[in-house]
Each structure stands twice: as C-alpha cells, then as structure tokens.
Design a protein around this ligand. Structure first.
Ligand SMILES: [Zn+2]
Length: 427
C-alpha cells in the first residue's frame, strides 16, 4: 500500500461554476415569464379559479377541519383622543394564541368597515410605528382596525420566526399559519357589533404585504386590499432570499403571483403599492405583475386593480398610507374628500401589549437587544450606553412612559411630572 503523502486533487468543476445554481434558476425564471397562460374569458377563469384557490390552500398546509372556539380574553383598553385601543387575546388553534389590538373610533354612526393590518419583518411587530400610525388613522377615518403579531415577533417572540423549517415535516408552512391567524382574527372582528362584515379591507407592508396578498386572495370576505412593497412575480423569487413566511412550496407548478391576485377579481378592489427605490420588490416587477393581473381583472372591472407608486424605499410611510386611505374609502365607504394623515405630531404607544407578563418584564426570551428596549430606532440602549440590567429595565419603562404619554390626553396637564420622571430614570 503506497503511502499517501497528500490528498489527491479530485476537483472537477472550475471556479467559473460558482454561480451555477443561481444562473440556472435565472434561466428557468426567464422561461417562465412567458409560459403561464391567462384566461380569455370570464367563464374560463371561473372554471380555473376554484382549483387554483384549493391548490394554494393545500400548498400552504391547509386549515384545521374545524375552527376552535376563539375564547377571546379582554386584556385592557387604552382610551385616546377620539378612539380607543382594545387589547385582545384570541385562540386561533387549540393552544395557539394571537395577540391583537383593535382600534375603535368613539363616534359611530352604524356599523363601520373593518381593516386587518398584518405587519412585516419589523422588530416590534404590531407596535411598529407605521402599523400604529395607520391603525390610528383608520380609526380616525371611521374604520375599526385590527393589528396582530405574526409568529416570532413582539409578544409572540417565544418562537423564533425563521426557525420554523421543521414545519415542512408536517406539511404546514409559516405562510399558512399567518393566513389562518388572519382569518381567525377576522372571524372575531366580524363578530363585533361595530363592524360591517360586508366591508372588510386588508393592508400590510413587506412580509405583511405578502400576508395581505394571500389572505385577500383566499378569504372571500375581503373587499379591498392593498399589499405594500411586496407584489412581485415568482420568477424573481428565484434569485432572492425572501423569508420562508413569504414562500409557498410548489406554487409555480400551477400559478404565478398574478393568478393569486386574480383570485380577488370580481369581489375586491386591489391596489398594489410599491416604492420606486425598493430593491427587494422592484417596481418594474410589480408593474409586470399588474400587467398580467389586468388580464384577469379586465374580465370583471378594469378599474378594480391599480398601482400606487411612491418615490421612497422599502417602507409604509405617509405617502404610501394616503394612497391606501383613498383606495379603501372608495371601495369600502364610497368617495370621500381628502386622505390626509391625522397623526402628525403623534407618537405611538408602547403599552398595547396584551400579555401583562411581557409588558412587565420587557425581556421575552429570544428577543434582540433592540426589541428589549421597546424596539424604537431611537432607543438609548445602544451598545455604547449599555450599562446593566437595571439600567435597561429603567430605560424600557422610561421609553414606554414617554411614548404612551405623548399620545395621552393627560400629557398637557403633567409636563413637570414627565421631566421629573426622565431625570430620575437617567441619573
Ligand atoms: Zn418572515
């Protein structure tokens, strides 16, 4: 047996093949762009849509055979100027809980339209600034808005969001969990006497935009939909690392995303909201998706699908929101004048948590440092200022108090208290 001084050089592939997989899927994606067929008549689409919807539900892991009791638990109410924020715990599946906030206007002239507001991959979940701002605006515009945490965020951070690949062994998907949570949240919203179940909208951004797309496509109670910074064509997914909560296994075998959008045609007004500077979900791809979705929507009402392009990056700021308000007013309330935001000068509220333990402790397991410190980008808990557990605890309490009191009717009456509290906490 000859002695092996050094390993043989067994390599076969030259380095030029380093991008082989990426290039291969780019080729397949390009082929797919023209390969999908679109219906030529309304009858043809009606014959297809039921099958696409059923396959989509199956690909996302299906639903429980029987919906369990939602067992709603009232976790408190925050009264604000002109509206209140109710905190509710709901049971979506047995032992599987949703943390939800419901923004209800004080003035109600009959049942109001309702809006489901899922959020994307922002650390503070339903407490994110843009989520609270749009929910407050919806309430002030005469809607009842419900926002809920998705898996792995804020109050549901006990389960890591991306560490959910094991779901594949059961046939379930993270996208399917979110979809069913949104449906159960809507079950609760529609059961409230303030809400008109025939006038339901849904809007969210990024991952929340994808939730909006699939929820609006599958739940036929939705009459107005505005996915923000999310609509794309599936060929574009091949070269990007979207989250597994935005990925439906095997969907390209029977549909492109315009087909999914087309499931809303005839019952729902769909507004694509995209940012010109968004590299993750390029507006050119969104326009391609819109062009293809038109082939289905035009069979019903060409005006029921449109795009609102904003010169901004990946976000859901005021310019995005005002386009969505106009669209929802049109489809859920009839045309009304103006769509200005009503939260200028407002700061968001950190006391919207439903579970008191998380609110008191502020240190839920697996949460990042930024999240522990209320998730604000202006958090004072940067590494340079990090001190001790006691410092972080006081800082969390201080920021929560500041954010709450900023939107509180008592704010103007207690300025000295606020300054004294800040001095005491930052000594
Ligand atoms: Zn995700």
């Amino acid at each position: 047996m000859p002695k092996l001084d050094k390993p043989f050089d067994l390599n076969v592939l030259p380095q030029v093949h380093a991008k082989m997989l990426e290039d291969h899927f780019a080729y397949i994606g390009d082929e797919m762009l023209e390969s999908y067929e679109y219906p030529a008549s309304r009858e043809e689409w009606e014959a297809q849509r039921g099958g696409i919807r059923a396959k989509l539900i199956e690909s996302m892991g299906g639903f429980p055979e029987e919906a369990c009791d939602l067992a709603p638990v009232d976790c408190g109410t925050l009264q604000r100027d002109g509206f209140r924020i109710e905190k509710w715990r709901l049971e979506s599946r047995p032992g599987w809980y949703i943390a939800a906030n419901i923004y209800v206007p004080d003035e109600q002239d009959g049942p109001l339209p309702g809006v489901i507001c899922p959020h994307g991959h922002w650390a503070t979940g339903k407490r994110s600034v843009h989520v609270q701002r749009r929910c407050i605006n919806f309430a002030r515009r005469g809607y009842v808005a419900l926002s809920l945490d998705m898996v792995g965020y804020d109050e549901r951070a006990y389960q890591d969001h991306r560490d959910t690949w094991y779901l594949m062994t059961t046939g379930m998907t993270l996208a399917g969990l979110h979809l069913y949570d949104n449906m159960r949240a809507l079950d609760y919203l529609c059961g409230r006497e303030e809400v008109d179940a025939d006038r339901i909208g849904c809007t969210g951004a990024s991952g929340g935009g994808n939730q909006t797309t699939y929820f609006s496509a599958i739940d036929e109670r939705v009459k107005a939909s505005a996915p923000v910074c999310s609509v794309d064509i599936y060929a574009d997914y091949f070269r990007k690392a979207h989250c597994n909560c935005e990925t439906v296994p095997g969907v390209v075998a029977y549909a492109d995303q315009p087909h999914v959008l087309g499931l809303m045609a005839g019952r729902c007004g769909l507004l694509l909201v995209n940012a010109i500077l968004d590299g993750g979900f390029p507006i050119l791809r969104a326009r391609q998706a819109l062009d293809r979705a038109h082939r289905i929507f035009d069979l019903y009402n060409p005006e029921s699908v449109d795009i609102h392009a904003v010169y901004d990056g990946h976000a859901y700021t005021q310019k995005f929101r005002e386009g969505v308000y106009r669209w929802f007013d049109r489809w859920l309330k009839g045309p009304v004048a103006g769509a200005r935001s009503h939260t200028r000068g407002w700061r968001t509220c950190a006391a919207t948590r439903c579970w008191s333990r998380a609110a008191r402790d502020c240190r839920t397991r697996r949460r990042s440092r930024a999240q522990r410190c209320t998730g604000s980008k202006r958090s004072a808990c940067t590494p340079g200022r990090r001190r001790s557990r006691e410092h972080r605890r006081r800082n969390c309490a201080r920021q929560s108090w500041q954010m709450c009191s900023a939107g509180c009717p008592d704010r103007g009456r207690r300025p000295e208290d606020a300054r004294a509290y800040r001095r005491r906490c930052t000594r």
